[in-house]
Write a protein that binds this ligand. Structure first.
Ligand code: AMP
Length: 396
């Protein structure tokens, strides 16, 4: 069966068409500038990347453009839309309602809508993408795969904040965690690569990209994760602050004359490695700047690494041990020095990195020494494949 995987943002949309038997990607691409003008990127398997300007006043035109490209006589990969067996949609927030992926119907749409409050920037866009697909592909089964679902196994001690309990009761303020599809996929792959039963391992997954989070996966269940009610908590990210003293919001807001909304914008878009360095949110730019002696760029990289080291220590404590640590996502997969620096602070856990094995980018492999007590791995994440698998499991 061919499964169309859709990851819909407010003005962009990523897609992949995956053959569920071979798990190969038949075509993939991106729609950008939806609601502004519109740009489609389309790349068929083994073919050249094509870019075309197509008017996309709404997500419906964007998805229409994707479907037209997939069925195009020249470079299309399927003859007609009847060859799309199902659609898997990434949905950011499933609140406490969704502990796993679900088939999309009127009832689940309503329940997803009820989570909009918890992710006002993401969930409404995800719903628009679902509705546009329903309009253009009536009768094709669709599945919602939630970023939060994998972390719903967290115990109350891990998800409860130290604030009046009534805020949880009234507004569901608690830790939810994100990147769940990636943490689930990478932790399972880690167990497979190491060759031990998933339900008997203590794994720490470091998903380090522009958005970054760490999770503790004990016996196949997420027991803690660094992102919280929203993706702002935890690690220092590209432009997000991660953990900070909440009093800073009031203190800086008053000094700078910024409203709560404006402070929220500062913490989400102008903080993190961008805020510290004043150079860039991108790890590559920071490495280049640090090499030319830019001290703040170096500080941003050091602060990033330090926070990762602290969270790994915290999660080893939360699970009373750790068998494997996996690095994934843009920085986790590609930044050799970051992995080396982080691991050099984990010798107390019995981590011993093999520098030669670590000298690699984006390749699935064990990078710790043979006599390392804790196995360290590089596991490229594949959220689209994970969404396609979940979708297949529900529509079969
Ligand atoms: P993601 O959000 O997973 O796409 O990751 C984006 C981050 O990965 C950015 O900070 C990039 O600088 C970093 N990244 C991607 N490719 C590389 C690379 N080859 N070397 C170092 N960092 C990289």
């Amino acid at each position: 069966m061919n499964i169309l995987v859709i990851n819909c943002g407010s003005s962009s949309l990523k897609y992949q068409l995956i053959n569920s038997e071979t798990e190969g990607v038949l075509a993939k691409g991106l729609c950008e500038r939806i609601g502004i003008d519109g740009m489609l990127t389309y790349q068929p398997e083994g073919g050249e990347k094509e870019k075309s300007e197509i008017a996309m006043p709404t997500h419906t035109e964007a998805i229409n453009a994707v479907l037209a490209a997939l069925t195009n006589e020249k470079s299309g990969v399927i003859k007609s839309l009847s060859e799309v067996g199902a659609v898997g949609h990434r949905v950011v927030h499933g609140g406490e309602k969704f502990t796993s992926s679900c088939l999309i119907n009127d009832e689940s749409m309503k329940a997803i809508e009820e989570c909009n409050d918890l992710a006002p920037l993401h969930n409404p866009a995800n719903l628009i993408g679902i509705r546009a697909c329903q309009e253009l592909m009536p009768g094709v089964p669709m599945v919602a795969v939630f970023d939060t679902a994998f972390h719903q196994t967290m115990p109350d001690v891990a998800y409860t904040y130290g604030i009046p309990y009534e805020y949880y009761e009234k507004y569901k303020v608690r830790r939810y965690g994100f990147h769940g599809t990636s943490h689930s996929y990478v932790s399972k792959r880690t167990a497979e690569i190491v060759g031990k039963p998933y339900d008997q391992m203590k794994i720490i997954v470091c998903h380090l990209g522009n958005g970054a989070s760490i999770s503790a996966v004990n016996c196949g269940k997420s027991v803690d994760t660094s992102m919280g009610l929203t993706p702002l908590e935890g690690l220092v990210m590209g432009t997000r602050s991660g953990d900070l003293d909440p009093a800073i919001i009031d203190f800086v807001g008053k000094k700078e004359g910024l409203s709560l909304d404006e402070m929220n914008e500062v913490l989400n878009k102008k903080s993190g490695m961008l805020g510290i360095s004043g150079v860039s949110s991108d790890g590559r730019d920071l490495e280049a700047a640090a090499e030319t002696g830019n001290k703040r760029a170096q500080l941003a990289l050091d602060v990033f690494d330090y926070r990762v080291i602290k969270y790994i220590g915290a999660y080893a404590a939360a699970m009373n041990g750790v068998d494997a640590i996996a690095f994934t996502a843009g920085i986790g997969e590609n930044n050799i020095k970051m992995r080396k620096d982080v691991c050099s602070s984990l010798t107390y856990l019995g981590v011993k990195l093999d520098e030669e094995k670590n000298n690699v980018r984006g390749e699935e492999r064990i990078i710790s020494a043979d006599d390392s007590k804790v196995q360290v791995l590089l596991v490229p994440t594949n959220e689209e494949l994970a969404i396609a698998r979940e979708t297949l499991a529900l529509v079969k």
